[in-house]
Structure formats: structure tokens, C-alpha cells
Write a protein that binds this ligand. Sequence first.
Ligand code: ADP
Length: 401
Amino acid sequence: MKILVLNAGSSSVKYQLFNMETNAVLASGLIEQIGENESNAKIKYFDNGVERVVERQSSIKNHEVALKIMSTLLIESGVIADLNDLDGIGHRVVQGGASFSEPEVVTEYVTAEIERLIPLGPLHNPGHLAGIKVSLEQSPTVPQVVVFDTAFHSSMPKHAYLYAIPYKFYEDLKIRRYGFHGTSHRFVVKEAAKYLNRDINTLNAITLHLGNGASVCAVKDGKSIDTSMGLTPLEGLIMGTRSGDLDPAVLFFLARTLGYTIEDLDKLLNKQSGLKGICGNNDMREIDKLAADGDSQAQLALDMFNYRIKKYIGSYSAVLGRLDCIIFTGGIGENDSDVRLNSCSNLGILGIHIDPVANNQRCREITTISTPDSPVKVLVIPTNEELEIALQTKEVVEKIH
Ligand code: ADP
């Protein structure tokens, strides 16, 4: 069984082709700068066990041309004979609102809903829609499935997802917390249950997805009951360029004292804040180096980043009551042993004890970094959102056959 996973943005398309018998990646690629004169299309695949990369530069004016080039690259590399030979196509969609709690076969209703949700996902849903529409035209006989970043968090209770603002804003405008990174949180919890040999339906975990975007999720009995991102991915942890939690009155203050507009504030909090706002850099590898060389702003950014994570671990431990494991994932979570150690330091009161030696290993696969007698297991689990989308697509495709 072959499943193609598509992540279409407004100016890029990322794709991965999986062999679902082995979950192996047969090919992957990226098409960038769609709509510009100098677009770039790339494919990586294996030819008799040898990795090959092919790149093409041309003007790719829209998603239709982009998907045609992807199809040509997949066919020329020999991994498929025709896009219609695929067993399924899984599309990543960031904002599923309150409409979707499960992956769905693409229908007119589903595309209309994704379109209706554009005001809640203005940066992502238009690009996803463009990709889905072209893919339906180009592969009309292949089952197509949408997998939502928000779906895993649809199990959050109302008292966790509501903001304490007049209730009519929830009723009329659906202003509430939705949460994101759900595909990753779901994937690592499933992996943890397998690794710990536990029934996922009784597993309590705190999952920390720490990448350029970062979020934390409280998982009770295998289900999300709270998460740090909200109406948009701005809330919660400190991120590369996003502030995460702050007093909303800061915005009134800036508007009144400096005359900031809505656009200025949006840019400030989403693009100029977080680690970058504190130390001028948003790449954690660089920040680690700067801090090691004695840069005090870089050290401050790290301290703030870790402190915010620690506060969430504390509050989600209280929310869960019993905690079985903490899971670190994402570029920072999988690679930065200092962040893991410092964000979990002095948490013995919660039963969290990191083993510094185990924590210093390179974690290419699932690794336990807590001490053997730590009541709470601390795990590093490499995430694989594309594989999770492929697995969910496979499940839906098998149901409709
Ligand atoms: P995205 O959210 O865009 O998918 P990633 O999950 O790839 O991002 O995470 C990117 C972040 O991970 C960057 O801040 C990068 O510096 C950090 N990172 C990657 N490798 C390392 C490493 N070896 N040590 C510390 N940080 C790392």
C-alpha cells in the first residue's frame, strides 16, 4: 500500500511517499517559492539503496503546476508509475476548528468547512485548500483524506478550552482554545504506550513538542485534556519568534503609548518576540553556543524558555493528578539535553528525576532519560508527523473499502 502525504502551504508544498507495509519513506520532497520567478522543486529517493536527490529550478506559478512537477519527479524517480496508482493521499490541515475531531475523507462539505475556517487559520488553511483542490483534480480516483492538527485536542473539556470573556464571543464567533501540533502529540503518546508496554487508554503524560513553534499537552488516559496553544499558535510556551503567554494589557499599553496598529502588534508578537525578542536569535543551536560563550542575553532567553516549560509541567501535573511520563520531542526536545535537564530540574517533588548521563546521549530513537527509580518516566521520542498522517489516512482508506 502506497500513501502520499501532502503539506501544502501558501507558497510551498512538502510531500512524502510511504510504503505502508513497512512504514518506510520511498521518496520525499519540497517545492518552494510557488508563485515566484525562481521556484525550486526537489525530490529525495532511494535507488537500489543509494540515496539520490534531484532538484529543478523554474517558475512554478501556482499549486497546479507544483503538483504536476511533483508527479513528474515521483514518476521519473521510479517510485510510482502514475499518481492515480496511489492507495491514498493524506493532507495536513492546521485548523479544523470545532468541526473535526477525526481525519475525514475529502468531500465538498469538508472543503467548504476548511474554507469557512479560514478566519481561524488565515496563514495555513488557504494553502491547504489550494493543495487539496488541485490534488482532487489530478488524482480523481485516489481516496483523499484530511488530517487536522487540532483534532487530537477535540477531547479538551469546555472548562479548559474556554476563555473567560463574555460567553457570546464563543457562541457567535467560536473564540476558544483549539490547540495545535495535535498530530505530533498523538504520535508520541502512541509511541510511548508501545515503548512502555502500557495500554494507551490508561496512560497519563505531558508531551512537550519543542521546535520553532512549541506546545505542551496534558494527556489523560491517552486523550488531550489541555494544551498550551490557543485560538492560534501564539499562546503558551516561549517560541523562536512568538511570545507565548503574556498579559493582554501589554497590547493596550503599546497601542496607547506608541500608537501600534493591529498589524504592528501581530508582527511584534508572532515574528519579533520569543527567543528572538530577548536575545536577537531564534535558532536554539546558536543560542546554546552564544550562552556557552558568556552572552548574558542568550542565557536569559534560555532561562526564560526553560522556566516557562517548568511552569507548564507543574500546572499540567496538577491537572492530571497522576503522571506516568513526560515526553520531549521536536527539534529542540529531541536534541537539546540542556533544555531537558534545566526545564525538569528540582522537580523531585513531582517524582521527576533526570539521569544526566542518559540525558546526554544522542536520541535518534526512543530513549529513557529519567533515573531507573524515577516514578515519572522521562522519554525522548522523535516525532514523525508525516508518518502519523499516513497511518491515519491508511485507517480511513481501509474503512471505506
Ligand atoms: P519546526 O517547528 O519548524 O518543525 P524543528 O522541530 O525542526 O522546527 O525545530 C527547530 C529548532 O530545533 C531550532 O530552534 C533548532 O535550533 C533546534 N535544534 C535542532 N537541532 C538542535 C540541536 N542539535 N541542539 C539544539 N537545538 C537544536
